[in-house]
Design a binder for this molecule. Structure first.
Ligand code: SAM
Ligand code: SF4
Length: 490
């Protein structure tokens, strides 16, 4: 059963909603500005897209609210990667429709938008399954939101899942300085979208389209704006971010490594990260290992690499169309560790891909033992309509469940071991927020570990050396041991 919370509703009354639906208001009940409530499902690219949608709506007079009951516009920014993620959207839409009816009874209009990859994949089917939806908009058309909303006001039930010629990045407005600051000192910036790899289990090439990279100049301008507002750490996002090949500032195409070097020169930016990478693109198009060398040479690039392998079995990797084997993956890891010995590694795993035998699964477990990850995301294989793997006979559910539990237990031991090994070391912590109690601050280590420490002098955005003294379930505790750093080191 989902937890409930009481939220205020128009007219000064209150009602029960699922927990998380209501929160601190950005305006009072008498505030006449239009309110938008945006919920992101799935990956970090959706979080970024949600921010950009809110930014596109700001010139139309919309302010964000944390309270859905107060929202004139509800946007669900959806994920289609697994069946469960897509089904969640439909159950949420049932609750949103009930809320829309209640608000209508109190004299308030509510527009409902389904955006993201479910919108792209299911289009008009969403309108057929849920009559409360006014607009269905795919990930490439967010810049058209204001115009589409006007259209949907005249005739509800608009669907836009085109891949327009103009790119949304060229026209989406930037967030104000205040809004950027309110979002925190770390930020995501999408630099690459779409995918041409066509792994046999994955919907991304169909929902996000062909691979495209943004020009370096546009990314630099966005990062400069973020830095001017106080952002200290930027994570570059892409479905295959290390396949980045955007237009360089001079001529030709830039690599992800050269983009990272360029962004490290932006005043105020102290930390850079990137995700998600594909093993096939670690070597670069000319077989150079420039990106790996950048982990050695660029202090601003944090020692963390998320490199999904999905499986440790050559047969399954081939059936997944990953275009590399387990030895190639091991070789990449060896190179990365030679360049940056302390690097934290993370990965994604799918268990129960069609045809996966006990032996294939053992190969995956062995690979995890050999590599030793600091973190990992693992999923039961979920057949996605239209993908080649969905035609194959499935591994029984109970087998998937057993394998997932075994894999997660192993990864959890490695996660705990990695954290425990940090005790006794001093690491630089970027302060992101107040801690759980007064006088405490919370931030991240270079290895993406959550760290809490007592300090009355440091401010949000500072990078301070912290001696790690303890470890709890998901975070580290420590004591500050020196002055703020201006440049990063681990
Ligand atoms: N581009 C990245 C790569 O190649 O590794 C992955 C991006 S995908 C959005 C994120 C993760 O979702 C994948 O790494 C995979 O583990 C998982 N995933 C994708 N499709 C899936 C499916 N049909 N069933 C289960 N997990 C899936
Ligand atoms: Fe999906 Fe990643 Fe494979 Fe592309 S490379 S198809 S995004 S899993």
């Amino acid at each position: 059963m989902r937890a409930k919370a009481r939220c205020n509703v128009p007219g000064g009354d209150s009602r029960e909603f699922p927990a998380g639906w209501c929160g601190a208001k950005t305006g009072s009940m008498t505030d006449e500005r239009k309110k938008v409530w945006v919920k992101s499902y799935g990956c970090q690219m959706n979080v970024y897209d949600s921010h950009r949608m809110a930014d596109a709506l700001a010139p139309e007079g919309f302010v964000e609210t944390a309270d859905i009951a107060d929202a004139d516009l509800v946007v669900l920014n959806t994920c289609h990667i697994r069946e469960k993620a897509a089904e969640k959207v439909y159950s949420e839409l049932g609750r949103v429709r009930a809320l829309k009816r209640e608000r209508a009874a109190a004299g308030h209009d509510t527009q409902v938008v389904v955006a993201g990859c479910v919108a792209q994949a299911e289009g008009g089917e969403i309108l057929r399954r849920n009559s409360g939806v006014d607009l269905v908009v795919g990930p490439q058309s967010y810049h058209r939101l204001p115009e589409l909303l006007r259209q949907a006001r005249r005739t509800p039930g608009v669907v836009d899942t085109d891949f327009p010629a103009e790119t949304k990045f060229d026209v989406l407005p930037a967030a104000s300085r205040e809004k950027t600051l309110a979002r925190g000192v770390t930020a995501f910036v999408t630099v690459q979208e779409g995918c041409d790899k066509f792994c046999t289990f994955c919907v991304v090439p169909y929902t996000r389209g062909a691979e495209t990279s943004r020009p370096v100049a546009a990314i630099v301008a966005e990062v400069e704006r973020l830095a001017a507002a106080g952002v200290r750490e930027v994570t570059l996002l892409g479905q295959n971010v290390n396949a980045y090949h955007g237009e360089a500032e001079g001529s030709g195409a830039a690599s992800l490594a050269s983009l990272l070097r360029r962004l490290a020169a932006v005043p105020g930016i102290a930390r850079l990260r990137y995700t998600t990478s594909h093993p096939r693109d670690m070597a670069g198009p000319n077989g150079d290992w420039e990106l790996v060398a950048t982990h050695r040479d660029l202090p601003e690039l944090m020692p963390y690499l998320h490199l999904p392998v999905q499986s440790g079995s050559d047969a399954i990797l081939a059936a997944m169309n990953r275009k590399h084997g387990r030895d190639e993956y091991r070789e990449i890891i060896d190179r990365v560790r030679a360049a940056r010995p302390d690097i934290a590694l993370s990965s994604d795993f799918i268990v129960g891909f069609p045809g996966e035998t006990d032996r294939d699964f053992d190969d995956t477990m062995r690979l995890i033992e050999e590599v030793r990850f600091a973190a990992a995301y693992s999923f039961k294989y979920s057949a996605r309509p239209g993908t080649p793997a969905s035609e194959l006979p499935e591994v029984p559910e109970h087998v998937k469940t057993e394998r997932l539990h075994a894999l997660q237990a192993l990864v959890d031991r490695q996660f705990k071991g990695f954290n425990a090994a940090t005790v006794g070391r001093t690491v630089d912590v970027l302060v992101e927020k107040p801690g759980r109690h007064p006088g405490q601050l919370g931030g991240k280590s270079p290895y993406l570990q959550a760290v809490h420490f007592e300090d009355s002098a440091a401010a949000i955005g500072d990078i301070v050396p912290v001696a790690i003294t303890g470890v709890s379930t998901n975070s580290l505790t420590g004591e500050r041991v020196g002055a703020e750093r201006t440049r990063m080191s681990a």
